[in-house]
Design a protein around this ligand. Structure first.
Ligand SMILES: *[C@@H]1O[C@H](CO)[C@@H](O)[C@H](O)[C@H]1NC(C)=O
Ligand SMILES: *[C@@H]1O[C@H](CO)[C@@H](O)[C@H](O)[C@H]1NC(C)=O
Ligand SMILES: *[C@@H]1O[C@H](CO)[C@@H](O)[C@H](O)[C@H]1NC(C)=O
Ligand SMILES: *[C@@H]1O[C@H](CO)[C@@H](O)[C@H](O)[C@H]1NC(C)=O
Ligand SMILES: *[C@@H]1O[C@H](CO)[C@@H](O)[C@H](O)[C@H]1NC(C)=O
Ligand SMILES: *[C@@H]1O[C@H](CO)[C@@H](O)[C@H](O)[C@H]1NC(C)=O
Length: 422
């Protein structure tokens, strides 16, 4: 028998032996390393323009590096459930369909460096909980969502260097307890207060950050070229905010009913913007900026979508007046202060109780409707205001005419409770 016949036969038998009924694309080389339980499909350096079809479905490593692949389709890696390593560096990938990686739940390492990726299917990462290495360096990424890495509890190394990132949201790297290597150098960082957190984080983290001297500012103009280290001075201060309840309201602005005055004091650099959030049992209202002039005239339409009356008057000085405060206005009043360096909020819960019903526990209701503790930093105590009303029947009026504008507010009692902080 000639060598010529033996070759293909041997190859056929080998493939049969190692791959079983599994296929292997002609251009690739599929090898099984039984001892390690690894099945490698190597299709690198093949001038490929697409991910080849017919990849062995139990491949654990797929190498497609150094080709001309431009697109990854949603089904490019379909059925490769066992894949643990996916090498795609040095291609021309610019387009990755959502879901391309979503079912690669065993994936531990993925290398997409040296491509042309502008938009990564970040949502896919939420399925890749086994991922330990994510290499996205040398691409054209401009943004990384704040929660992109939130499920990657096992991630150890993350390459984002050589991209077009200008800013990252605070906490982007917080959910990766095992992270030990992070590359973010060679990006055109915008050194505004939005990224101030990163500067302090870098100073303090135990994660290894190579090429720190190449983490530099590209903007603003006055910081261009400066290195992100200790010497970079940035005048930034997170907002601090406090809501205070004022029991008395000067006459003149409003007439009739009980008017509640809250004042929100916010500080920070740059000066924070204030936003009120009102959460009652029947509505959620958000008001950004003032909606009345100092004199009390309504400025623009209220941002409240649900209510017709304008019960929440927000002044430029940070005060808010709730006119004709009644049962329906009971709820949580939150002032949120935000600037580029961060955001903080402070709340006060306000409820009404009549003196006859001192025994009902309005606090209980309030605690039940406590807002969700999305952001517990920095901790703040919960303030609860309970306004106890003592209706005194007007002498001249029959009991039928106890419209609330006639009620003298004999007793206003304020209680501040220290509730559990976050
Ligand atoms: C694929 O899995 C089957 C069944 O576990 C196995 O017999 C076969 O050898 C595997 N393929 C490769 C490439 O090893
Ligand atoms: C990815 O995760 C989502 C939510 O956890 C799940 O609904 C979806 O089926 C997963 N996708 C795949 C392809 O496994
Ligand atoms: C940098 O960030 C600041 C603050 O967010 C923004 O106003 C400015 O336009 C940004 N500059 C560039 C060049 O992106
Ligand atoms: C650095 O970490 C220490 C301990 O975790 C902390 O006390 C300190 O405030 C941190 N410094 C900065 C600049 O974040
Ligand atoms: C803010 O302005 C309103 C309307 O002029 C006024 O009633 C209120 O007392 C002011 N608040 C403070 C804290 O000065
Ligand atoms: C609120 O904080 C507690 C304690 O940190 C946490 O267990 C809980 O899940 C948080 N609730 C929400 C809605 O985030």
């Amino acid at each position: 028998m000639g060598e010529k016949a033996m070759g293909p036969l041997f190859l056929f038998l080998t493939v049969l032996f190692f791959v079983g009924s599994q296929s292997c694309p002609e251009v690739c080389r599929c090898v099984a390393k039984k001892k390690y339980g690894r099945h490698i499909a190597d299709c690198s350096y093949k001038e490929l323009r697409e991910v080849p079809l017919g990849l062995p479905s139990n491949a654990t490593t797929l190498t497609l590096s150094v080709n001309h692949i431009t697109v990854l389709r949603g089904d490019s890696f379909e059925d490769l459930f066992d894949l643990q390593a996916l090498w795609l560096s040095y291609n021309e990938i610019s387009n990755i369909a959502k879901g391309s990686f979503a079912f690669l739940v065993q994936l531990r390492a993925i290398d997409l460096s040296h491509n042309r990726i502008t938009d990564f299917p970040w949502g896919d990462l939420s399925n890749l909980t086994a991922l330990q290495q994510l290499k996205l360096s040398s691409n054209l990424l401009e943004k990384v969502p704040a929660d992109a890495f939130h499920t990657l509890k096992d991630l150890r190394s993350l390459w984002l260097s050589d991209n077009r990132l200008t800013v990252l949201s605070e906490g982007t790297f917080d959910s990766m307890p095992r992270l030990s290597l992070l590359q973010i150098n060679h990006n055109p960082w915008n050194c505004s207060c939005k990224i101030w957190w990163l500067k302090t984080w870098l100073e303090n983290t135990s994660v290894s950050i190579p090429e720190k001297e190449s983490i530099t500012c590209a903007a603003p103009e006055r910081r261009k070229g400066l290195i992100f280290g200790r010497s970079l001075s940035m005048d930034c201060m997170r907002p601090s905010v406090q809501v205070v309840y004022h029991s008395h309201l000067g006459r003149g602005i409003l007439h009739g009913g009980l008017s509640v005055l809250l004042h929100c004091t916010a500080m920070g650099t740059p000066p924070p913007e204030i936003r009120w959030k009102i959460q009652t049992s029947s509505q959620n209202v958000a008001i950004s900026g003032a909606n009345v002039e100092e004199g009390g005239n309504s400025l623009a339409d209220t941002t409240s979508k649900h209510s017709k009356r304008v019960p929440f008057l927000v002044f430029k000085n940070g005060s808010m007046v709730i006119s004709e405060f009644n049962k329906a206005d009971e709820g949580i009043y939150t002032c949120q202060a935000q600037n580029d360096a961060g955001s903080q909020e402070d709340s006060v819960s306000i409820s009404l109780a009549s003196s006859e019903s001192l025994a009902d526990q309005p606090q209980k209701n309030i605690q039940d409707s406590k807002p969700q503790n999305k952001s517990c930093y920095p901790k703040s105590e919960e303030k609860i205001v309970v306004i106890y009303l003592s209706p005194v029947l007007p002498k001249t009026s029959s009991s039928g005419a106890t419209g609330h504008e006639l009620w003298p507010w004999a007793a206003l009692l304020v209680s501040f409770l220290l509730a559990l902080s976050c």
